[in-house]
Design a protein around this ligand. Structure first.
Ligand code: A3P
Ligand code: MG
Length: 425
């Protein structure tokens, strides 16, 4: 029996988690690392209400999060959507691809087609949560099966976000290079979390070297070598790689008392029709530099496997298929990593990352957000900011450049809420 798996076996920790709670439903340990900050970190652009007792910062120090693994419910796929070659939204699975297992030593040339068969998504265009919000508008009944009678909220979840934003939160206690900015708006009781590009990330994006640009293509090219468009066809390495195309799963789950709805891109699925239902049939594809020395193996365990684990654990994707490439961009070997076994693989590394630290930090960050983000308005954004070796801080902004809920979404949610209260004819 896999001990890590049992500790995260979704419901099994619930009772111990409950035991840690006081009568107010608050985890008494939660408050330890919220510190009062006497500096003026709450820069309000207008008179937003402030609770003087609320804590202003959140520590990201690893040792504060080394406690029992929190309850993380088995993620349930509630829907999916596709983005086509022009990044248009479709409320269906038309972009789903099927994994075709390659040879153990496949010799895929990842450089092929970079110059002449590559259409790159414009990553200066910020889509924010728009695709997820489109999915919500098209599928509201799937999220609120009981309708308004059960809850006064427009949506019966606490948080809506991208899986990638949650991955960043999970890895924060171990991140030493890149900070983040997360914009949060409370609207009809639900907290929407949308990333804002940091100045440092923008500079890096605008100044990528040609080598870096090409290496970013390699991961997509690997997907093309290993994925077919339907269950009966084979991959087409002679085709065009277009990174506008995406298939995204939408999952619902719960982390401790946080009900989450998030979406993430899925590379492909098992083509066996008898494979388990989504998300258990999904496969994440990755490339990585070939491992030739013990130092390289150790770095792979400490840094790469942390990112791979966090990304796939969140939506319940059970395996990562990795292609290891040489310096020339040729895939020389393949290996499958089962997410539930990664914690065993890393356990001999000295001072290595721990899944429980990742999940507890994420959980405490979401609690922090719930406490801070009190004003319910699509016109207000609370901006949470973090840089390596610092605490998380925040500022509040009304009617600012950071507002991210589109008018069409706000109007649709208000309209459907109103119509629920209209007397039936
Ligand atoms: P690799 O992960 O194999 O390098 P994902 O694995 O998340 O499905 O992403 C697919 C590919 O997109 C990556 O393949 C990589 O080529 C590119 N990519 C994604 N995020 C990136 C990032 N932050 N920086 C550079 N490339 C990235
Ligand atoms: Mg991938």
């Amino acid at each position: 029996m896999d001990p890590h798996r049992s500790s995260i076996s979704y419901h099994s920790r619930q009772s111990s988690y409950k035991r840690e709670r006081d009568d107010n439903g608050r985890n008494p340990r939660e408050n330890k690392h919220f510190r009062m900050n006497t500096q003026h970190q709450y820069r309000s652009e207008s008179a937003l209400g402030q609770n003087p007792l609320s804590c202003r910062t959140l520590s990201t120090r690893r040792e504060l999060y080394e406690r029992d693994f929190p309850v993380y419910k088995q993620p349930v796929e509630v829907g999916c959507f596709s983005l086509d070659s022009e990044r248009r939204f479709f409320n269906d699975s038309r972009q789903m691809r099927y994994y075709v297992e390659p040879d153990r030593n496949p010799n895929f040339n990842l450089r092929d087609g970079y110059r002449d068969r590559f259409i790159k998504r414009d990553d200066s265009v910020k889509e924010r949560l728009d695709h997820i919000l489109r999915w919500i508008v098209a599928n509201k009944s799937k999220i609120n099966p009981t309708g308004a009678a059960a809850s006064p909220r427009a949506l019966d979840v606490d948080f809506v976000t991208w899986r990638g934003h949650l991955t960043k939160l999970l890895t924060t206690p171990y991140e030493t290079r890149e900070g983040w900015l997360l914009a949060v708006t409370r609207f009809r009781g639900t907290l929407y979390i949308s990333e804002v590009e940091t100045e440092a990330a923008r500079r890096e994006r605008e100044n990528r070297t040609e080598r870096h640009e090409e290496m970013m293509y390699w991961g997509y090219k690997f997907e093309q070598y290993t994925c077919a468009d339907n269950t009966h066809s084979l991959p087409d390495p002679g085709g065009v790689v277009n990174t506008n195309e995406a298939f995204c799963t939408v999952v619902q789950t719960r982390l401790a008392d946080h009900r989450l709805l998030f979406s993430g891109e899925v590379d492909c699925r098992d083509k066996d029709p008898k494979a388990p239902a989504a998300p258990a049939c999904y496969v994440e594809l990755k490339t990585s530099a070939e491992i030739c020395t013990p130092k390289q193996r150790s770095n792979f365990h400490r840094f790469k496997l942390l990112k791979w684990w966090a990304q796939s654990f969140l939506p319940g994707v059970p395996r990562v298929v990795a292609g290891f490439r040489d310096q020339e961009g040729v895939v020389v070997s393949m290996e499958t990593f089962h997410i539930s076994k990664i914690s065993h693989l890393i356990k001999n590394e000295y001072n290595c990352w721990k899944p429980t630290v990742c999940m507890n930090f994420c959980c405490d960050f979401l609690s922090f957000v719930k406490r801070v983000v009190t004003e319910d308005s699509h016109r207000v954004v609370y901006l949470f900011s973090w840089d390596p070796y610092k605490d998380v801080t925040y500022s509040a902004h009304r009617d600012s450049q950071y507002c991210f809920l589109p008018h069409w979404y706000v109007e649709e949610m208000m309209r459907s809420e109103d119509s629920q209260y209209e007397p039936k004819a």
